[in-house]
Design a protein around this ligand. Sequence first.
Ligand code: DX5
Ligand code: ZN
Length: 216
Amino acid sequence: MSTIVAPSLLSADFGDLRRDLEMINRSDADWLHLDIMDGVFVPNISFGFPVLKYVARYCTKPLDVHLMIVQPEKFLDRFKELGVYSVNVHYEACTHLNRVIWEIKERGMKAAVTLNPSTPVCLLKDVIRDVDMVLLMTVNPGFGGQKFIEHSIEKVAELKDLIAQTGSHALIQVDGGVNMETAPRLVKAGVDVLVSGNTVFSAADPEKTISELKKL
Ligand code: DX5
Ligand code: ZN
């Protein structure tokens, strides 16, 4: 299986969103990654349903939603209505994580659990068979363009072991500081899905950059 590439819209030009969505549609990107922030779970606010409505209308790629919000379960029906493909909820934001995972799956969406850089992989032991994907944050969530946290490579290896030991089918996704230097190392360590914001959207040729990530 070739690497799944999910550009993060956070680094797009929101003044010319339609143009950037058309670039994504033309490109080899597999999914579009959408970062939703509430200013409570993370120290930033991004965009919400009024913007997502147009993203869902114009984007032809599956939508991968990363919820950096408290009480993500409140909004699952809204994401289902938008036709979202996968929903990432943070381990740190869900008191009843097992219930939230099943609520996502019951709505026909893929369920993913996200870990902050300080949250250990071993805490996933009791949910790893239930999730379709684990997102390892490779920066502290909230902002694009941050520096990759090196320890993340070890976490990818640990997660790969946990998945193998438990017979889970979860994909391994990484998000934050993914660039042409870190991406090959992440893929080598076992990553299935690369999220990339700044590297894609600040490139001279974003479509070519997406294709290059895809070839890793
Ligand atoms: C950060 C977001 C990321 C962000 C990644 O909280 O979850 O998806 O867009 O941006 P880069 O690739 O620029 O680090
Ligand atoms: Zn993200």
